[in-house]
Design a protein around this ligand. Structure first.
Ligand code: SF4
Ligand code: SF4
Length: 288
């Protein structure tokens, strides 16, 4: 990290080792209203600190019978970022008095993957994900927007966005492409739908043994082969890799709301678990 020492130390306390500043002019602000609501009049953002947050807890923490996507093993990453920004934004305001800082993750006003690639934090994968050298694609992206001049963060190194190997392994591994004729969309998105599931979805859930998400394109990617586990305790503890109806029924609404698989409410995840549990490992008559 080419950041000034106090910022580097602040992020190291959070076990965040990959971060880089970007001049805001390199990012197209897709949704300026989001920034205005957070106190940045149009044109006032001058820099964006891009954070790369690894979440994979390591291969040993992924049992063969898991049925959740790895990103959903831990408590909801939105909670992590809320807590993270609650700690680092006041510290940044002390390091840089008089400047404004606002944190975003997921629901960002910019294209996070493109910005991270411009900041040299990874390459743009054909699977739509940013792929970092150290943690592969098992990363969340987040940003701190500021009116701070970019070079006040430290050395600004921007690069033309690089792309992946284009090897096609992610495309070949994708369940939606393996179907004949190919299915539309993404299995991960299907598992999150509240209603109007395409008719093939139950067969896909059973065949690929997932009740939430899908990691197949990530697991097939050669750039993920040597991905390191996260050093961040939040993503190493309180993990649920396999969800059963018995476990789900024991969860209070509050506990469920703290899980990524609960963000659509209880019904969609309960439906998916019921679909999976209604079926033996090998499903006769499945179309997949
Ligand atoms: S998450 Fe799964 S279904 Fe979605 S693109 Fe990747 S492999 Fe395909
Ligand atoms: S599997 Fe190959 S094509 Fe797909 S993202 Fe990885 S390197 Fe790129």
């Amino acid at each position: 990290m080419a950041l000034i020492q106090p910022v580097r130390e602040l992020l190291e306390q959070e076990r965040i080792e990959c971060a880089a500043p970007l001049p805001s002019g390199l990012c197209r602000i897709r949704d300026p209203a989001k920034l205005e609501r957070r106190g940045f009049p149009e044109g006032s953002v001058r820099s964006i600190l891009i954070l790369l947050v690894p979440y994979h807890p390591g291969k040993a923490a992924v049992p063969p019978d898991r049925n959740l996507s790895v990103y959903a093993f831990s408590r909801d990453y939105h909670l992590f970022f809320r807590e993270l920004f609650g700690r680092i934004i006041p510290s940044l305001s002390q390091i840089y008095p008089g400047y404004r800082f606002e944190g975003f993750s997921d629901n960002s006003p910019i294209s996070e993957q493109y910005a991270a690639a411009c900041a040299g934090l990874g390459v743009l994968g054909d699977n739509g994900l940013i792929i970092s050298r150290r943690y592969g694609s098992y990363v969340f992206l987040a940003e701190v927007f500021s009116d701070l001049p970019p070079d006040r963060w430290g050395e600004v190194r921007t690069v033309p966005p690089q792309t992946c190997l284009h090897c096609g392994a992610c495309r070949d591994a994708c369940p939606m492409n393996r179907e004949q004729p190919p299915c539309r969309g993404c299995l991960s998105e299907l598992t999150q739908k509240k209603k109007d599931l395409p008719e093939e979805t139950p067969a896909l859930i059973r065949h690929y043994r997932t009740v939430w998400g899908c990691d197949l394109c990530q697991e097939a990617c050669p750039l993920n082969a040597a991905a390191e586990p996260t050093p961040i305790p939040f993503f190493q503890t309180d993990l649920i890799p396999r969800l059963t109806s018995e476990r789900l029924n024991r969860m209070t609404e509050e506990e469920l709301s703290e899980r990524a698989f609960g963000w659509r409410g209880r019904k969609p995840i309960a439906r998916n678990v019921a679909i999976l549990e209604a079926s033996p490992d090998t499903v006769s008559g499945s179309s997949v």
